[in-house]
Design a binder for this molecule. Structure first.
Ligand SMILES: [Zn+2]
Ligand SMILES: [Zn+2]
Length: 373
């Protein structure tokens, strides 16, 4: 159960009279008891819809409801002669809902022009390579649009909507008086207040068509995972010529098996180098976005040190420049040695004899051979 009349009709607090009317008409079609025989919940919902419409379709009542003032100012809980105080009738059960309405006004209206169409959201997945190079993707979005045949009226072109003769357009068959009376939907029009003698053949009278639209979306080169692209004007149609909403496409980029994207937009790759390359230096071949290049490894390279290739990274979406690729050098220590290699390492160790790599550490610790000297 909605606890707010606007919620009951699924419209924003800024909804125009026309929007309210349309929302009501649509809901009435959906929840009409004739369509939902023996469905208690549909019946409850239907009553709720009518109740909400009864208030929101009347500018005076709506104003009063919006301000909340008329409800408690002169009566209500205090039992004075307010609009709620005296009525009673079938509505005592709804007072709780009115309370929650007043204390729970989270809104829900769209900022800006209330007639603007709704925004739509969708996701697309692209490969890492496409993200780097930029691409164009087709997105498919289901959306409802104003029926092109009847322009949203629901009436077959050339025919017109007529005011319901039974309820004279009120949509409600009321007994009692005042703000809360016992109301029933008009049996002829189902509460819409209008009858469509000749429903539009395209939309069946709803004024809305549901369709699947395909759009091509340009994904800029260098796009990051999670980027949201706005496609202006491709959301839901606006009411009666008002601007359409926007389509937002969230781009999910598949991870690369090679490159890792850094927070600063650059790329990083771990590059294995051999012990001898680290010792003697040289140039090594590394992957780039377009193939391979060679980078210099200087003699005495330390593990985990970084070499950069400037401008080889992803295009920056904010400028025409490109980021860098950082190559993090990982010295590979062999876990097994051949006899020849072991002899060579023995020789190396001999030539390096006397150099204690821990001398400085131990001196600082005030211990060891260096410290005791
Ligand atoms: Zn139509
Ligand atoms: Zn009627």
């Amino acid at each position: 159960m909605a606890n707010d009349y606007y919620e009951a009709l699924g419209v924003s607090r800024k909804a125009s009279a026309d929007e309210i009317k349309k929302a009501h008409r649509k809901l009435v079609r959906e929840y009409h008891p004739d369509r939902n025989p023996d469905d208690k919940r549909a019946e409850e919902r239907f009553k709720e819809i009518q109740q909400a419409y009864d208030v929101l379709s009347d500018p005076e009542k709506r104003k009063q409801y919006d301000s909340g003032g008329g409800l408690f100012g002169s009566g209500g809980p205090q039992g004075g002669p307010g609009p709620f105080g005296a009525q009673g009738g079938g509505f005592t059960g709804d007072i709780g809902d009115i309370f929650s309405t007043i204390f729970n006004r989270s809104g829900g209206g769209q900022a800006g022009n209330p007639m603007k169409g709704r925004d739509l959201e969708t996701d697309v997945r692209i490969s890492f390579d496409d993200a780097m190079a930029g691409t164009q993707i087709a997105v498919t979005v289901p959306k409802s649009e104003t029926c092109p045949t009847c322009a949203g009226s629901g009436a077959e072109p050339g025919t017109s909507i007529e005011t319901c003769p039974t309820c004279e357009g009120r949509g409600i068959d009321s007994q009692g008086q005042g703000f809360f009376s016992i109301s029933q939907p008009c049996p002829q029009c189902g509460g819409s207040g209008q009858i469509v003698p000749h429903p539009c053949h395209t939309c069946g009278g709803s004024g809305v068509t549901h369709q699947t639209k395909r759009y091509k979306v340009n994904v800029p080169a260098g796009v990051k995972d999670g980027t949201r692209i706005r496609v202006a004007g491709k959301g839901e149609a606006g009411e009666r010529g008002a601007p359409a909403g926007d389509l937002f496409v969230t781009v999910k980029v598949a991870p690369s098996p090679v490159f890792r994207r850094l927070d600063d937009g650059n790329l990083e790759v771990e590059v294995p180098i051999s012990v001898t390359e680290a010792l003697r230096g040289g140039t090594v071949e590394v992957p780039t976005l377009s193939g391979t290049k060679r980078i210099r490894v200087k003699p005495g390279t330390q593990n985990d040190s970084v070499q950069r290739l400037k401008g080889e990274g992803p295009p920056r979406t904010s400028s025409k420049t490109r980021g860098d690729i950082r190559y993090r050098l990982q010295i590979q220590i062999p876990t097994e040695l051949s006899d020849d290699q072991r002899r060579a390492v023995d020789q190396l160790a001999e030539t390096m004899n006397g150099e204690d790599p821990r001398a400085e550490l131990l001196r600082r610790a005030g211990a060891g051979s260096a410290g005791r000297k």
